[in-house]
Design a protein around this ligand. Structure first.
Ligand SMILES: *Cc1c(COP(=O)(O)O)cnc(C)c1O
Length: 857
């Protein structure tokens, strides 16, 4: 039975259906009892049963075959090794996140951020990308949600048992547990042991403070996810960041794993990893100075921001940060110097705050948001860090989120797909969706599948509603109605997510009577299944849940709308495939990406959503519906009313009629066109494999290249970059653009030649230290530039201490034109000319009327 233990210990079972089916087949009842957890399952089946199983050659064969399959998966060359040929590709990447959602069995996530991190690791494994995950092991994870009689959320915190989970302790050579420690204020020490989870090929290190070496208080540092006071939060983040780097070092030392070249900070929580890496470099053999250490650390860091909601960003009081950071002594650096890296030292910032996102951005070589629109919103949100540049130049790019196909595609759909696919053909091509006449799936088959998935959901929802009412204090005798709620042939809308205010859980009950009428429509009834947890400290969110449950409890509608408590990955895996329509109505543009709608799309459910997050870029008019937004309306009550009305109209006049429009065989042909189109076009795009390969190509590889150069032995380039920056910063006030002339009229046309001349004062700097640029583009009537090019000028001489610059170019767009001459730092070791945030624009002189558009802040 050794193969069984192997299979149970690698979390690949969480996305490998044959392995799960095999465990289930051994003892279906025990499998259900242990919540589909192979390790707990093996701990629960009796020894007699195990003996009986191991005497059955069929079973032994199957187990061995699955185990061989796993070994093969873990060892064969995959995309990263065999197809991605780039000399700069990283040897290893550390991926830090405060939460990881891999399976409901390991409840270490609160919502989208964690599940995204889990999907990132799984897809990295599938692609062979050498990531090492770093996180915390929370004793109670996030909370379990139930409801009171009146519909209020109630939280409980069941404690996990790491010994019954697919985790193993990192141990020293002598077999004793390996520990990391970090200093806390008042000469206290926080110790942590390190659990290793195997996510396919990816090791995930989870730090756990629940060890005997800690005092009572520090044992509780990793008690739960996002709980407690600011001090508690600070201790968790120090453990994640500082302790995480130490854990990586121990892991490399004990297992021979490569040292990461790239450090990916998934949201600000793990930002303190930079502090520890600076400490290592300053304390190490080379004794780097602070400036050089910063450059070395930055060169290998990637920061991903996940929220445009200010409340979602971690900010600590300066005093608190000071107290904790001063405990981490780094010879040669003052705590104030570290604090200044996270200071909101810009217009509109709060000088008494240490901001983890600002710190993350300042310490990163590259940064990104998680959808195109979110990239744009983030550039606006963090513009104050680069005030001398136009908002479009803020160095934050975007990579649109994706979801892990094998985790989020229902097994039956995957099976149907296999039946219409050539052997060896990649599932992500979605060729199986081609018309039946070309060998693809037929409408009838696909519709039958959609009906099966809906039925599966309805049954699951009935069971959950009944169990919930039992917890709410109802007696079994009064709950017969729960077996009849919802209907397997009714248009089913789903809505489930965390409940921060901006996601507007209660928009659907904005006009309760209108919603009731839609639900109970005689000819075209609609049913809605809702779920979501609110952070316990978010009073507003908790109250929104109560309002929704209160509505759903009413007799007239209770068989048409159901709130399912305790939203988690298990529920999601039945809910998303089972709905016909997935509803998302955030307050635009506050949804960074959203991923639940992607999971639905993978299963042929259609999205009905505000044009926000991923939907803003992937909605194409045929794959679902866009709820109109009242963007300009400032009164929030009014805005909700308008958007709710738009939602009701869409459901009543467009969605329901299409769903109920059937041909003589009862198949909704129009609907199925949309289902097919969704699968064929969104299927390949919403994959986390697409996302991870973009991270590898666009971010990890360039970051690895700079990391390699700036962390080379001796750090000579790094020192020269740090010197350069110090020199440029101090010389910058002397820079000016004194005289600008252009030979281009406002009305010149495409193909005309344009010439620019400028005299530039460089102070102590040399022409090779800077780039003098013409920013050139069309001017709109309000004197702003609409789309511009940035062209470097050539230095053609020096006269009386002034450098002469010149540029001759051909016009590529029609006017009217405007331009600006500016000086920016230039050094090929920097990620780009915005890196230092410095730019000097030509003065608006009356003798150079062309310099007339608004630029920068
Ligand atoms: C996918 C998922 C989420 C994320 O949902 P969003 O659409 O990003 O809000 C949250 N919770 C669970 C359980 C999920 O499966």
């Amino acid at each position: 039975m050794k193969p069984l233990a192997n299979l149970a210990q690698n979390l690949r079972w969480s996305w490998h259906r044959p392995t799960r089916d095999f465990f289930a087949s051994l003892d279906p009842q025990v499998w259900d009892e242990v919540g589909h957890d192979p390790v707990a399952f093996l701990g629960s089946v009796s020894t007699e049963k195990l003996a009986e199983l191991s005497a059955n050659p069929d079973i032994v064969n199957q187990a061995q075959e699955l185990d061989r399959g796993l070994s093969d998966y873990l060892s064969k060359p995959l995309w990263f090794e065999s197809e991605f040929n780039n000399a700069d590709k990283p040897k290893a990447i550390a991926y830090f996140s405060a939460e990881f959602g891999i399976t409901a069995v390991l409840p270490q996530y609160s919502g989208g951020l964690g599940i995204l991190a889990g999907d990132h690791l799984k897809s990295a494994s599938d692609l062979g990308v050498p990531i090492i995950g770093v996180g915390l092991l929370y004793q109670a994870g996030y909370f379990r949600q139930s409801l009171t009689r009146e519909g209020w959320q109630r939280e409980s915190y069941p404690v996990i048992d790491p010994d019954n989970l697919p985790l193993s302790l990192l141990r020293q050579q002598d077999g004793s547990p390996a520990y990391v420690s970090i200093p806390l204020p008042d000469r206290r020490t926080l110790w942590a042991q390190i659990w290793v989870a195997k996510v396919g090929r990816i090791p995930l290190l989870l730090l756990d403070s629940d060890v005997a070496k800690n005092d009572e208080a520090t044992r509780l540092v990793t008690d739960r996810l996002y709980g407690g006071s600011k001090d508690h939060r600070m201790e968790q983040e120090l453990l994640l960041g500082v302790g995480g780097v130490k854990a990586l070092r121990l892991f490399s030392e004990l297992t021979g794993a490569p040292t990461p070249e790239v450090y990916h900070c998934n949201e600000g929580h793990a930002g303190f990893m930079a502090v520890e890496r600076i400490r290592e470099l300053m304390n190490g053999e080379e004794r780097l100075d602070f400036g050089t250490a910063i450059e070395a650390v930055r060169s290998g860091t990637l920061f991903t921001t996940h929220t445009p909601v200010p409340a979602g960003i971690d900010r600590f009081d300066r005093g608190l940060a000071q107290r904790y950071l001063s405990a981490i002594e780094i010879p040669g650096v003052t705590t104030d110097q570290i604090l200044s890296l996270g200071a909101e030292s810009y217009e509109g910032g709060d000088p008494n705050v240490f901001n983890m996102a600002v710190f993350g951005l300042r310490m990163a070589r590259m940064a990104n948001g998680v959808a195109k629109l979110h990239g744009k919103v983030s550039r606006g949100m963090f513009h104050s860090l680069w005030p001398n540049f136009d908002v479009t130049e803020v160095p934050i790019t975007s990579i649109t989120n994706g979801v892990h196909g094998p985790t989020w595609t229902d097994g039956r759909l995957a099976e149907l797909a296999r039946g219409h696919q050539d052997p060896g053909e990649h599932v992500n091509t979605y060729r199986w969706v081609r018309p039946a006449s070309e060998g693809g799936v037929s409408d009838e088959e696909l519709w039958q599948l959609r009906r099966d998935l809906r039925l599966q959901l309805v049954k699951d929802a009935r069971r959950r509603v009944k169990a919930s009412w039992l917890e709410r204090g109802a007696s079994p005798a009064e709950l017969a109605w729960c077996d009849e709620i919802l209907d397997p042939d009714t248009l089913t809308i789903g809505f489930a997510r965390r409940v921060p205010t901006y996601k507007r859980l209660t928009l659907m009950i904005n006009d309760p009577e209108r919603l009731a009428a839609i639900l109970t429509n005689k000819d075209r009834p609609v049913q809605i299944i809702v779920a979501g947890k609110s952070h316990p400290d978010d009073e507003q969110g908790v109250s929104l849940i109560q309002q929704l449950v209160h509505f759903a409890d009413q007799h007239g509608v209770r068989d048409r709308i159901a709130f399912l408590p305790n939203y988690d990955m298990d529920m999601a895996q039945i809910l998303m495939p089972g709905v016909d329509v997935w509803l998302n109505n955030p307050l635009r543009p506050l949804e960074a990406s959203g991923t639940s709608g992607m999971k639905c799309a993978l299963n042929g459910a259609l999205n009905l959503s505000i044009l926000d997050g991923w939907w803003d870029e992937l909605y194409d008019g045929r794959n679902g519906w866009a709820i109109p937004t009242a963007d300009g309306v400032d009164d929030p009550v009014r805005r909700d009313q308008i958007e709710a009305a738009g939602l009701y109209d869409l459901i009543e006049n467009t969605v329901a009629p299409r769903f109920y429009d059937r041909d003589e065989n009862g198949v909704p042909r129009h609907w199925m066109e949309m289902v097919r189109h969704t699968l064929a076009t969104l299927g390949p795009q919403v994959q986390a494999q697409r996302m991870v390969s973009e991270y590898v190509e666009k971010l990890y590889t360039p970051v690895a290249a700079s990391s390699r150069r700036l962390n080379a032995l001796g750090h000579s380039d790094t020192r020269s970059l740090a010197d350069y920056k110090a020199r440029v910063r101090s010389a910058w006030p002397q820079i000016s653009v004194n005289h600008v002339v252009s030979e281009v009229g406002d009305t010149a046309t495409v193909g005309d030649e344009a010439s620019f001349f400028a005299d530039v004062q460089l102070g102590n700097l040399r022409p090779e230290d800077v780039e003098v640029q013409v920013v050139f583009g069309r001017v709109t009537p309000d004197d702003t530039i609409s789309s511009f090019q940035t062209l470097p000028m050539n230095c053609v001489g020096e006269e009386n201490g002034l450098f002469k610059y010149q540029l001759v170019t051909t016009l590529k767009q029609a006017g009217p034109y405007g331009y600006l001459v500016r000086v920016v730092p230039h050094n090929d070791m920097m990620a780009g000319f915005t890196e230092l945030g410095l730019a000097t624009n030509a003065e608006r002189a009356s003798d150079s009327p062309e310099v007339h558009f608004n630029f920068g802040s």
